[in-house]
Design a protein around this ligand. Structure first.
Ligand code: PMP
Ligand code: GLN
Length: 386
């Protein structure tokens, strides 16, 4: 057995959701909304199952969806994308990430990554033979400096893997940071894989700028989106990959032997959804922002000082900042089993021990769910605080 996978623990999201079920806890751990998602997009998928094509779709994705992705990038980012040669549909962003990592890394290549990192990244990079070079980001700003990049980049840097907006930090990198990163990327000749699954879940009128739109980056960035996040349908697993033709040719070779295709009915529904009017996107954002404010306010009332949340549906608290003398992991384990609320310890996103006292809550829930969680958390703090 391959030791990289044989020795891996089960992903924290699955572990916490299982514990939540076992303890009948309110699950604010794994990130998924408890809303059924846009009815018209689901109706389109249902109609496509009943009346549409249910055999293999084209390997690169159905033409309507590839055209819709190109139109989406023009509308939101001002990018001119050739749907035929620069767009590919995968089975979730996860497949796109795996395919990009396997097809772009040759054993011995150095890969620059930023922690906190989504837990799939390091095992996939290591399985591809990549040598991780980590930049450590910390709350409250989660930003990197020029000297961080100088220390991480080398003559062997071949791939840079970024996640912006950043899960679990709930942050968006400022453009000046992106441009600093772009200078290092250009100098090293590396390719960037941008996990942009949270590109639409952004708040307070903030803009999100994909790295592929910055000077010199058009030919160097693989941009990965996820319909699961854009439409709050996390089980759908429809990934949307955009990259220049020279990169796309090799990405397609990995895709053809990972999954080859993605259910055509879901693709048709995502094509329909991407063309929705701006109001869908702005309403989705403001609804999540309301839930964020409601939940963060509840946290404040019990003495927490929630970290800023500019994107994603997560809000973080630093336990140490309010004198809780326990690691995030220990706190999360006690909270789910004794207090009946599931969360995610942010240390699960670190390879180092740089951050060990921050806990992540998913606020993409109905108000009654958030109320139940706040009530239980309050009771837990009153009776079981360490
Ligand atoms: N990357 C990040 C940063 C994520 O948060 C997630 C899912 N929550 C994914 C990738 C996976 O996306 P998908 O479900 O489309 O595979
Ligand atoms: N990305 C989701 C989160 O951060 C979970 C995805 C998963 O369960 N693998 O909560």
């Amino acid at each position: 057995m391959n030791p990289i996978f044989a020795d891996l623990p089960t992903t924290v999201f699955e572990v916490m959701s299982r514990l939540a079920r076992e303890h009948d806890a309110v699950n604010l751990g794994q990130g998924f909304p408890d809303d059924p998602g846009p009815a018209d997009v689901r109706a389109k998928a249902a109609a496509s199952v009943v009346e549409g094509w249910n055999q293999y779709p084209p390997m690169m994705g159905i033409p309507e969806l590839r055209l819709a992705v190109a139109a989406h990038h023009r509308r939101f980012y001002g990018l001119d994308i050739d749907a035929e040669h620069e767009v590919m549909v995968t089975s979730g962003a996860t497949e796109a990430l795996a395919g990009a990592i396997f097809s772009l890394i040759t054993p011995g290549d150095e890969v620059v990554l930023f922690e906190p990192l989504y837990d799939a990244y390091l095992p996939l990079v290591r399985r591809a033979g990549g040598v991780p070079r980590l930049v450590t980001l910390k709350p409250p700003h989660w930003r990197f400096s020029e000297s961080d990049l100088s220390a991480a980049f080398s003559a062997k840097t071949k791939v840079v893997l970024i996640n912006d907006p950043l899960n679990p930090a709930a942050s968006i990198w400022p453009i000046e940071d992106l441009d600093m990163l772009a200078r290092f990327v250009e100098k090293s000749g590396a390719v960037v894989i941008q996990d942009a699954v949270w590109e639409h879940v952004i708040f307070d009128g903030r803009a999100f700028t994909p790295l592929i739109t910055r000077p010199g980056m058009r030919e160097r960035v693989v941009h990965i989106g996820s319909a699961g996040k854009i439409f709050s349908l996390t089980g759908w697993k429809v990934g949307l990959v955009t990259a220049a033709p020279a990169l796309m040719r090799v990405l397609a070779k990995a895709h053809q032997f990972l999954t080859f295709t993605t259910p055509p009915n879901l693709q048709a529904a995502v094509a329909y959804g991407l063309a929705k009017e701006d109001r869908y996107f702005t309403t989705m954002r403001s609804d999540f922002a309301k839930a964020r404010d409601y939940f963060a306010n509840g946290l404040r009332q019990m003495g927490f000082d929630p970290l800023p949340c500019h994107a994603t549906y997560f809000v973080n608290v630093d336990l140490a900042a309010i004198g809780i003398n326990e690691t995030d992991r220990a706190f999360a384990e006690r909270l789910v089993s004794v207090g009946g609320v599931a969360t995610i310890p942010v240390s699960a996103f670190y390879d180092t021990q740089a951050v060990t006292t921050v806990v992540r809550f998913c606020f993409a829930k109905k108000q009654s769910t958030l109320d139940a969680a706040l009530e239980r958390l309050d009771a837990f703090l009153k009776h079981h605080r360490r």
